[in-house]
Design a protein around this ligand. Structure first.
Ligand code: B3K
Ligand code: ZN
Length: 876
């Protein structure tokens, strides 16, 4: 029952061309008047009912072409407004509603955060402001008059350009009128009003348009906006160079708010951000925070073309803007930083978030065909796998044809609301490439596995690769078709160089990319003069699982010598994962865990290799996370055994390499003031990764070193690394360090979030009690999504052993939190509940306990649609 299906899509029967809003703000009684210029659609019969969406609305007035409607002429409820027989000629509907921003704890529609009025309308929040055709294919030109008490809200911001400001005569109120000339869907509407500080900037576009930039923050935070402003300007320049896209208004404003359901929102000309993705200074933000801010600023800015100028026809097409925009922000960061390091980080994220999603009950296609609640589809699959799909198009078409396809997309669809099919057509037309089978990447859920067997005939000088592919069954999709899988490859020789070869047969090849299309391919490569080691899926050319018969020795050869840095990293991960899987089995069976000496040696070598980028060395030294090991194991997972295997390996490396790691650690100290640039961040990352090993070496001197590291840190990256190691390795001084950190940062909520997360992700059995106690700490707030994610979210997703406790107490705690939160903020509650997504892969006892907790949630009366949807799909 219920739900929305892609195949039921119908164009809207009416069009809304203009929206004139007059919004008179007050904390508990905001009055909204919306004048909508409405026109019957070309294919709509005269007299067809007009049905507008609403959500929890209070209607206080309704005029049609200036005349009041009698109650026979309309039907209104909080969730719907119907005019059964509207005029057949264009008409103006003027709707008045009254809102209570203070009571809006869902943080959708108009709400207040720390006294600042702000809005969030994607996906369906505009209908909480006024009745509307609240769907992305209804594009209108908006004017917004915002009125508020001057003292309460000296700053009044809307979409587009500022047209007029003034005082309301005889009152303590003032107003501003904003006009956005670009037709847009309602989900991109925004307003902000409050007492905020403005950090100014300016940008001149390639064709000479002067754009006034503004970042608005709470007073006192002005000096934490420099990095965000710099990132914005670099993003604007990059989009001109990389995609030929210029900014199109005279103003670009960003507002940071502290209560926000997700990361940020790309409203036209008025981006609204979670302050976590704006505010940074060396004392409170880590290198990772700086990188995230740069990426999110870029992402939201890039939406101006991919999302806003060209939007989605319906919400099933969400990946059209999200996957594409993630791809664009990844490319931006790759250009601004190190491309291989960025690629490795992105793939790590994909494997740790998207692969488990794709392997569990919440799996769905990049373009879903059915949803109960669209907000539950802002997922790693739509975003990150969606970006991989765009990347594969580029890999298959090559740089030039890809750019030509993008140009065509902008040319054809600017100003429109379109589909994935229309997007693919642009690449087809620009390249003549057949993308029919490729389109399955949008349709079929589940991570494909490719299996490879290799054989070298030294007499004939022929190397053979036998590929087979399979796509696992996923909810509602039992049978899968074979897919197009681009495999970038090289044959690596003894000395590490890419070997020459003559011909490749058995598969379509383009440059160094094999295009797998059939269930099986026997690929024959001739003219190979020595036994090669195949380096497959270079740069992670497709989001698949690769199972190969390559030996550990050969993988370690690739780890040491592959010309593709991504595959060097991947080779080490592959070896570590297989060693950790074996270790887990031993731990589970109560046997001694054996450590792979070759792996330890290889890690030691990478650590010391000064020809490599420190950031790369840091990534190479980081062992697969517990969740990654669990995913690799796939079923009957015992998280305690996984942690035991991982801890054992880490301790062994620390003991064997302790002396050399300590020397290296000492040599990496950076003199001079902190700078967030990628090179310095890389050195810190390596040094802090070494610190993790030293913290677990068991040597006295090393514990002292960790305490020193924390105490002497002059930036948050190092301080947090020190604190994390003290707490997680349970070293003497951990409690003092927690207290000192709290003391230092107690007035900075984002820094306190890190303090909460460190404690929530401690794998010790005490963690749950600590987390429970912290929910009563004055620094914690149940109503603030950042605090909640930092504590309970981090516990559920970042503490494998304690969330998945064998007594079920971790599950119960998270389920209780979800139930309590659901009444206030269903979106954040649903997101938290999705931490259960891998429950079926657990061993039987934990599986049963997780299922009980999920059932308890699913069975509660009056659940939100958001939580109900996640609970029910998880149990399917
Ligand atoms: N488009 C928004 C996400 C909206 C989420 C709605 N539940 C941010 C982004 O992807 O850029
Ligand atoms: Zn986005």
């Amino acid at each position: 029952a219920g739900g929305v299906r892609l195949e039921d899509y119908q164009p809207a029967p009416y069009t809304i061309d203009r929206v004139d809003l007059n919004i008179r703000l007050a904390p508990k009684a905001t009055r909204v008047s919306a004048r909508l210029a409405i026109r019957r659609g070309d294919n709509t019969a005269p007299g067809t009912a007009l049905v507008l969406d609403g959500d929890d609305l209070k209607l206080t007035g309704l005029l049609l072409d200036g005349s009041a409607l009698t109650f026979q002429d309309y039907e209104a409820s909080p969730n719907r407004l119907e005019i059964p027989a509207p005029p057949s000629e264009p008409f103006v509907l003027e709707i008045s509603t009254e809102l209570d921003p203070d009571a809006n704890t869902k943080l959708m529609g108009l709400y207040r955060s720390q006294g600042t009025y702000c809005t969030q309308c994607e996906a369906q929040g505009f209908r909480r402001i006024t009745y509307f055709l609240d769907r992305p294919d209804v594009l209108a030109v908006y004017s917004t008059r915002i009125e508020a008490r001057k003292g309460e809200a000296p700053v009044l911001l809307g979409n587009g350009n500022l047209i007029e400001t003034g005082d309301v005569a005889g009152t303590d109120r003032h107003f501003a009128i904003w006009h956005d000339p670009h037709p847009k869907p309602s989900y991109l509407f925004a307003l902000v009003a409050g007492d905020l500080a403005r950090v100014p900037g300016e940008f001149t576009t390639a064709s000479g348009r002067e754009v006034e930039l503004g970042i608005y923050v709470e007073h006192g935070n002005e000096d934490q906006c420099g990095w965000a402003m710099d990132s914005l300007k670099r993003s604007m320049r990059w989009d001109e160079k990389a995609f030929g896209r210029e900014y199109d208004l005279d103003v670009f404003n960003i507002v940071a708010v502290s209560d926000f359901n997700m990361g940020a929102m790309e409203n036209k000309g008025l981006n609204i951000f979670n302050d976590k993705y704006i505010l940074a200074d060396p004392d409170t933000a880590t290198d990772q925070d700086y990188a995230n801010i740069e990426a999110v600023i870029a992402h939201e800015y890039f939406h101006n073309w991919t999302g806003n100028r060209i939007t989605c026809r319906d919400w099933f097409q969400l990946c059209l803007k999200e996957g594409l925009t993630v791809f664009r922000d990844q490319e931006f960061s790759a250009d601004e930083r190190s491309r291989p390091v960025k690629r490795i980080s992105d793939v790590r994220l994909l494997k740790s978030h998207q692969f488990p999603e794709d392997a569990g009950p919440l799996a769905h296609p990049v373009r879903p065909r059915f949803y109960q609640e669209i907000n539950n589809f802002y997922t790693a699959t739509v975003y990150e796998k969606g970006a991989e799909v765009v990347r594969m198009i580029k890999t298959l078409l090559g740089e030039q044809a890809f750019r030509a396809g993008m140009d065509l997309f902008f040319e054809r669809h600017d100003g429109g609301a379109t589909t994935v099919e229309a997007f693919l057509d642009c690449f087809r037309d620009a390249s003549n490439e057949d993308l029919d089978q490729f389109a399955l990447w949008y349709e079929q859920a589940g991570t494909p596995t490719i299996t490879v067997k290799s054989d070298y005939d030294s007499k004939a000088k022929v190397f053979t690769l036998s590929f087979s592919q399979s796509v696992p069954p996923t909810p509602r999709q039992a049978d899968k078709k074979p897919m197009t899988i681009p495999v970038r490859f090289a044959l690596v020789g003894e000395d590490g160089s890419d070997l020459a070869y003559e011909t490749v047969s058995g598969v379509e090849v383009k440059g160094d990319v094999l295009k797998l299309q059939a269930p099986e391919h026997k690929v024959t490569i001739s003219g190979v003069n020595e036994r090669p080691i195949p380096s497959l899926l270079r740069g992670f050319s497709a989001p698949v699982i690769l199972e190969s018969d390559i030996s550990e020795e050969d993988y370690l050869h690739l780890a040491a010598r592959d010309g593709d840095p991504f595959n060097r990293w991947q080779a080490l991960q592959t070896v570590a994962l297989s060693s950790l899987t074996a270790g887990m089995e031993a731990a589970r069976d109560g046997a001694a865990i054996e450590v792979d000496g070759l792996l330890v040696h290889a890690l030691g070598t990478v650590a010391e290799d000064e020809s490599l980028d420190p950031a790369f060395r840091a990534l190479a030294l980081q062992l697969p996370a517990e969740a990654d090991i669990a995913r690799e194991i796939g079923s009957d997972v015992d998280p305690d055994a996984v942690a035991a295997a991982r801890n054992h390996l880490r301790r062994t490396i620390a003991r064997e390499k302790g002396a050399s790691f300590a020397r290296l650690y000492e040599s990496l100290e950076i003199d001079g003031p902190y700078s967030p640039d990628a090179a310095s961040a890389g050195v810190r990352a390596l040094r802090n990764t070494l610190l993790e090993y030293l913290a677990h070496s068991g040597a006295d001197g090393d514990a002292e070193r960790v305490r020193d590291h924390f105490a002497k840190a002059d930036n948050m990256t190092d301080r947090l690394a020190g604190l994390t190691q003290l707490v997680h390795a349970r070293l003497e001084g951990a409690e003092d360090a927690l207290a000192a950190y709290y003391e230092r940062h107690s007035t900075h909520p984002l820094a306190i979030d890190k303090w909460l997360t460190v404690q929530a992700t401690d794998g010790h059995p005490e963690a749950l009690e600590k987390v429970r106690a912290l929910t009563a700490h004055p620094a914690f707030s149940f109503a603030n999504p950042n605090r909640l994610r930092a504590l309970v979210g981090a516990f559920a997703t970042g503490n494998q052993t304690q969330f998945n406790r064998a007594d079920g107490a971790g599950f119960d705690f998270v389920a209780d939190t979800v139930l309590a939160l659901d009444e206030k903020n269903p979106q954040v509650a649903a997101r938290l509940l999705s931490a259960f997504r891998s429950w079926r892969a657990l061993e039987a006892t934990r599986r049963k306990l997780a299922e009980n907790a999920l059932r308890r949630v699913a069975e509660k009366a009056d659940l939100s649609r958001d939580v109900k949807d996640i609970a029910e799909r998880s149990l399917q």
